[in-house]
Design a protein around this ligand. Sequence first.
Ligand SMILES: Nc1nc2c(c(=O)[nH]1)N[C@H]1C(S)=C(S)[C@@H](COP(=O)(O)O)O[C@H]1N2
Ligand SMILES: [Mo]
Length: 422
Amino acid sequence: MANKALARIRKGYGKKLVTIHAWNAWLVLFLAVSGLMLLGAFWREWLGEGRVWLKWGHILAGLALLVPVAYYLLLAAKHWKRLNGKPGQKANVITVLALLLGWIVSGVVLWLFKVFGPRAANAALLAHDLFTWIGLPIIIYHSLTRTRWLKEPDKRSIRPEQDIKDAALPEKAEKAVSSPQPLYTRRGFLKAAVGAGLAVTLGPTFVRWMGRSLQLPSSEVPAAANANHLLPDPVPLPQSSPPIGGGAEGHFRVYTVTDIPSFDNSNWSFTVDGLVDNKLNWNWEQFVNLPREVQVSDFHCITGWSVYKNTWEGLPLAKLLDMASVQNGAASVKFYSGDGVYTDSLTLEQARMDDVLVAVMHDGKPITNELGGPVRLIVPQMYAYKSVKWLNRIELIEGEHVGYWEQRGYNTDAWLPGKTKI
Ligand SMILES: Nc1nc2c(c(=O)[nH]1)N[C@H]1C(S)=C(S)[C@@H](COP(=O)(O)O)O[C@H]1N2
Ligand SMILES: [Mo]
């Protein structure tokens, strides 16, 4: 909303508009910072439990945004009249309202993803991101070009001092002295500069994001055949190559709470131990020769994105458990990641579901390092935080184990909507 116009109208509802604008600005600032932190891979590792709190803060601030928006809408008719003859400012008001409502609606769907289901959550996440990509530059531009030193001269309350200060900045000195209305040019120039700066810094990321989200053929380097430095490469079964699922639809956002670990034949092994009669331990050459099966399934992250029709090839967990011969005392299966930090678990009954897979290949290719290769867990009926990446140890335990994200506030119940809980 136009600061200028708000400052101009001083009395009555004008004051209210200024207050609304201020509240709105602070909330949007908090939402932008918290939202970017929730999105950024870097903050995943760093925030830990704080991430869940940050998410709640983000949701609450988003809901709080409804207050200034609703309040403004009550005053909108009056304000609108004032803006007659100022199409630029009208456009500005409409843009801001559209952005805020778009953010709020898509945000509510993401918040209540369990009610709306994965398809709606996918669409909402796409919309939420898109509004951010469009809205954030607009808001940064709006804020930067309205700081005091960029305001039109007649709006300045402390003009003389300000001009002296400005004159001290070399690139502005010349114009400030030479003409009575010089700031328009400078203002125009700086606005253009801010705009160009934003386009250059955010543009390329935006283009990449668009390409991925809309599934355009990408210029990303295709996964190398030997994606994990582990030799030999697994040979895909005929059902994997070409993949019976027809190829995955969607894009995995690489999530990790640690640095991406890297393995080779010398430091990789796979263990099944704990309450079993036969402890199992394989190196890669042995592991890659175990009989595999192929499965097509969808992959849903709890933050709203999904990848559909993945053709996974790997060892059914139930078969591994049979090979290890689980003892009677065992109640849960604990999964360890080779990153040394991430763990999760399933009850023995859940672990025996026939679609739980210790996956080695995706769409006929070895799983890349960043996506959890050489070996990751796949639990198609649950949210993907159960799908432990860089899986290298399975332990049969008494009682329960509370996994990495569950310790940090994620629901122990990771079942997708509509799945029969066992
Ligand atoms: N070791 C490990 N496994 C993990 C995670 C992680 O951070 N570390 N994140 C989980 C979450 S929340 C999701 S959504 C998926 C993401 O898989 P991707 O990175 O292959 O897209 O991995 C799951 N498994
Ligand atoms: Mo996730």
